[in-house]
Design a protein. Structure first.
Ligand code: UD1
Ligand code: CA
Length: 461
């Protein structure tokens, strides 16, 4: 088999996005479009992969994975010119060149493999991946002669009425024999509505030279949709999300209301986990088996073990929750927290940059910030760590099996020893040794008959 190189055209200005962000970085299911494309291409294990970028594409350049090369297209003179720039980065390369664009994020590797296979089986100079979408408006049309052979691609802007009635379009995904492509690219002219060097014009040139040009029609038009506007971006997002949900359901995850459940491309979920309506699982979230994710829960880059119960309306962000723990409702676990196994985080509790040991129970309305909490502790309702003195953050350390009473205020830095008890309502400013009782509050006094006396003083109202 001849060697394979891949080219991703990504230097266009993406004017129709009306955005400061380069088009390849617009996200589909929480991932930049270019990442989707490169991830798919990686599966082809091509000898080389070249991305064509404009001069000011530092943001895109920075996130390219190792091994992916960049060809600079200093001026955006069109897709044909972009491919010439890529070819310059591949001097002496002989073999097949797979060309795609950064704005076709839904393309699958199976379709690419079919294209390459077809191209090789036909010993073609060029093979175009085409499709017949419901609405071909805006796409380049595939012109065929009476025998059905492809003769040219005509861009929408340059097409007459009759050509615009053609339903078969160019997806902008091609396979070329480099040897035939290069001389054809040399011959294209910017004589069109946009004054650009169109890659699509190379097709007519090859046909004219008597080179074998083929087309492979792919039945799934959704997969090859090109994203030029935010309306198309939203449509791609909708399709991609549907695919993700379907894949997860087929893998054994229950989604009670699939359309309202938002799941990013980087999310993994174990079997028999049940997800309630309106949940959002984004970033690189991973959820184990047998979990229950309540309504309106947001898991953002969260890692959950098996059998975790997250009740309604919790937010868990860049943190982990161990197996068998129960959280919520309305609980907020913030960046950089690690909650152990079999823990309980009560309603409206908040954990921030803290470690909570296994078996620890944290009751409602409590707050742990910059804390290290051991195993089997009890954090009473309303207990809070005061981790911030207005200038700096300080640590609170609570050792194993310590019992922090209701409404305790722990002023950091402070350490509570193993098994110590802190009396409810105490304000703790000094370390408490293990096994001790820390109390810091006024001793209670009862004034007998006080109510009666007070009422009399006020005239018995
Ligand atoms: C292109 C095709 C059209 C096809 C459609 C499919 C051409 C002339 N037209 O049109 O036939 O139906 O894709 O989606 O090829 N780019 C560069 N440098 C440039 C110009 C563009 O790298 O100078 C890149 C863009 O970043 C983009 C890709 O090439 O990733 C396609 O460019 P775009 O402007 O989106 O072409 P379309 O109008 O969509
Ligand atoms: Ca496009």
């Amino acid at each position: 088999m001849p060697p394979l190189a891949c080219v991703v055209l990504a230097a266009g200005q993406g004017v129709r996005m009306k955005s400061r962000l380069p088009k390849p970085l617009h996200e589909v299911c929480g991932r930049p479009m270019i990442d989707h494309v490169l991830e798919t291409l990686a599966e082809l294990r091509a000898e080389r992969t070249v991305v064509v970028l404009g001069r000011e594409a530092d943001q895109v350049r920075k996130r390219l994975p190792e091994g992916v090369e960049v060809a600079e297209q200093a001026e955006q003179l069109g897709t044909g010119h972009a491919l010439m720039c890529a070819a310059e980065a591949l001097p002496g390369f002989e073999g097949d060149l797979l060309v795609t664009c950064a704005d076709i994020p839904l393309l699958t590797v199976d379709t690419l493999r079919n294209l390459i296979e077809h191209h090789r089986a036909e010993a073609a100079a060029a093979t175009i991946l085409t499709t017949e979408p419901e609405d071909p408006t805006g796409y380049g049309r595939i012109v065929r002669d009476q025998s059905g052979a492809v003769t040219a691609i005509v861009e929408h802007a340059d097409a007459d009425e009759e050509t615009r009635r053609i339903g078969e379009i160019n997806t902008s995904v091609y396979c070329f024999d480099v040897g035939a492509l290069l001389p054809a690219l040399e011959r294209i002219e910017p004589a069109n509505a946009q004054g650009e060097y169109y890659l699509t014009d190379a097709i007519a040139v090859l046909v004219e030279e008597g080179q074998p040009v083929r087309a492979l029609v792919t039945p799934d038009a959704d997969e090859v949709m090109g994203i030029n506007t935010r309306v198309q971006l939203a449509e791609a997002e909708r399709i991609a999300r549907e695919r993700i949900r379907e894949r997860l359901m087929l893998d054994g995850v229950t989604l009670l209301d699939p359309p309202s459940t938002l799941i990013d491309a980087g999310v993994s979920i174990g079997r028999d986990t049940v997800i309630h309506p309106g949940a959002q699982l984004t970033g690189e979230t991973s959820v184990g088996e047998d979990c229950i994710i309540g309504a309106g829960v947001a898991l953002r880059g969260a890692t959950l073990g098996d059998g975790v119960l997250v009740r309604d309306s919790c937010v868990i962000s860049e943190s982990s929750i161990g197996s068998g723990s129960a959280v919520g409702p309305f609980t907020y676990v913030r960046e950089g927290s690690e909650v152990g196994e079999g823990c309980k985080l009560g309603s409206s509790a908040e954990v921030n940059r803290s470690r909570v040991g296994s078996g620890t129970k944290m009751q409602h309305f409590s707050y742990l910030g910059d804390s290290e909490v051991g195993a089997n502790c009890n954090i009473g309702a309303g207990a809070v760590t005061c981790n911030y003195d207005g200038l700096e953050k300080h640590k609170t350390i609570i050792e194993d099996a310590a019992f922090i009473g209701t409404n305790v205020t722990l002023i950091a830095p402070v350490r509570i020893g193993a098994g110590a008890y802190i009396a409810a309502g105490s304000v703790i400013t000094k370390d408490v040794p293990g096994g001790a009782l820390g109390v810091s509050r006024d001793r209670q006094k009862n004034l007998e008959g006080w109510v009666e006396r007070w009422r009399r003083r006020r005239g018995n109202r």
